[in-house]
Write a new protein. Structure first.
Lengths: 291, 186
């Protein structure tokens, strides 16, 4: 009796896999389709959107562009892979590699990265069945030359294959930085944010870096819980002044102006101001492809 | 000799090939042969006999705070290479208290068959505290990168400046990359 494919598919490796996927896998085995990596921009099917480029990690940043002069070059990534992709016979697409701006102008969250190829009559393509969110790592800079690495989501459009950074994460990152120069005055628990211009749209946003808390303390996380008519904010935070605080809990801070450190609201991207993204890391990314 | 699960899969593929003419038989045999490379079929723990050791500035990460104690099972880095040539990582490592955050400190070194084709930078989380006696601020977690050298297989942390204090750790959970010689020669 001829074996039935559904039975075999259910038994194979103990997985109740879809019959269609199993057929694809077995067909791949027949033809030896263990793909090599396809390099974006060099495969005849894809290209990187400007200002992103492959490689060129040895180039130092042009001090005349809108990046701060103190940018660190990317030479440590010289042996990294170019942005590449391939589809494994098990139905997963894998990405690897780093892209940079190569010393040019910084990238913004609205710059398209690239588009994964779709199916043709002779191949299945490398796009997901539904829109996917993948995690990537960004290197970002502010106007003072402060570097940060941020995990953000990347969206892959199932219809077009377009890969873009999600702007919602940009909101997170740059509100994260908005407090960098603020000072929490010990004892009074007040954040100096004169002229900040906050609005109700900033509610529930977090900060996690460099919020000074008087002698020796640093606030690692604070959340905007209220904005008043003077565009000032009230935040919740975990007090850490004086070192580790065993009585963990939320304190509150309420402007108006207090202290001596002015708030610096200039944390914008691209054409609207300095600062930006100069590196995206795709190593370790995978997702299930459309059949 | 093919035995056990490999034998079962082999037989089923053979039957399917006969029924549907879908499978290159020789290719399948090679694939199953590869799966018999037992050295890389199961998870390997760094520090176990026959496996690489933790670098001199790194030690076991025994977490001591409430739900994190469940992580005790993976207090060192683990690795294995699957049949497609992908290397999977899991577990944790902790910097020793005297680690000064020097550049280039190796956490461990992968066996040659697991080295990547290019230097690989895997998004990682690092942090501090979460060990018995530390305060609740130990829940602080930072974005970081694990850097794996294509030339030596050395595994390092990319951003080490914050590792100059006590109680620093990094997690390897959910990491995966394709080995350089991953070609399943079918």
């Amino acid at each position: 009796m001829r074996p039935k494919i559904p039975d075999l598919a259910r038994d194979f490796n103990g997985l109740d896999v879809a019959i269609k996927r199993n057929q694809i896998r077995l067909t791949s085995l027949k033809y030896g389709i263990i793909e090599d990596w396809h390099t974006v921009g060099r495969d005849g099917m894809t290209q990187l959107g400007p200002p992103w480029i492959q490689g060129n990690f040895n180039t130092t940043v042009d001090p005349t562009d809108s990046f701060p002069d103190s940018l660190v070059p990317l030479t440590q990534y010289a042996a990294a892979a170019p942005l590449s992709y391939f589809r494994n016979p098990d139905g997963f697409v894998h990405l690897r590699g780093l892209i940079s701006v190569g010393g040019g102008d910084p990238a913004t969250f609205t710059d398209d990265l690239f588009a994964l190829p779709g199916p043709t009559p002779t191949r299945r393509g490398w796009r997901p069945e539904r829109d996917e969110n993948i995690h990537v790592l960004l290197r970002t800079w502010d106007t003072s030359g402060n570097m940060a690495m941020n995990h953000v989501l990347c969206r892959i459009d199932a219809t077009t294959g377009l890969v873009t950074l999600r702007s919602a994460d940009a909101d997170y990152i740059f509100n994260d930085w908005q407090f960098r120069s603020a000072t929490l005055v010990a004892g009074s628990q007040i954040i100096n944010c004169a002229g900040a211009g906050f609005s109700s749209a900033d509610l529930d946003k977090f900060t996690s870096t460099s919020l000074s808390a008087g002698p020796g303390g640093e606030i690692w996380k604070a959340k905007i819980i209220q904005v008043n008519s003077a565009s000032q904010i009230k935040v919740e935070y975990a007090p850490t002044a004086g070192g580790v605080d065993s009585d963990f809990g939320w304190g509150t801070a309420w402007p108006p102006v207090h202290g001596t450190t002015p708030f610096d609201p200039v944390w914008s991207f691209g054409a609207d101001g300095p600062g930006g993204i100069d590196l995206v890391v795709f190593d370790g990314v995978s997702f299930e492809a459309a059949l | 000799v093919i035995s056990g699960q490999a034998r079962s899969a082999y037989d089923r593929l053979r039957a399917l090939a006969a029924a549907r003419d879908l499978v290159d038989f020789e290719a399948t045999r090679r694939l199953i042969d590869l799966s018999k490379n037992s050295a890389f079929r199961s998870w390997q723990q760094v520090g176990d006999p026959g496996n690489p050791a933790l670098g001199s500035n790194w030690t076991t990460a025994v977490f001591g705070i409430d739900k994190w104690t469940a992580e005790a099972r993976y207090t060192k880095p683990w690795y294995f290479r699957d049949n497609w040539g992908f290397v999977h990582l899991r577990g944790h490592a902790r910097a020793i208290p005297s680690y000064d955050g020097s550049a280039g400190t190796i956490i461990f070194t992968l066996p040659p068959d697991l080295w990547p084709e290019f230097d690989t930078y895997l998004p990682a989380h690092s942090g501090w505290a979460l060990f018995a006696g530390d305060g609740p601020e130990g829940y602080v977690v930072y974005d970081n990168l694990i850097w794996i050298s294509r030339d030596t297989g050395d595994v390092r942390i990319e951003f080490y400046a914050d590792f100059g204090e006590d109680h620093k750790w990094v997690t390897f959970n959910n990491m995966m990359f394709r080995a350089a010689n991953a070609g399943v020669a079918v």
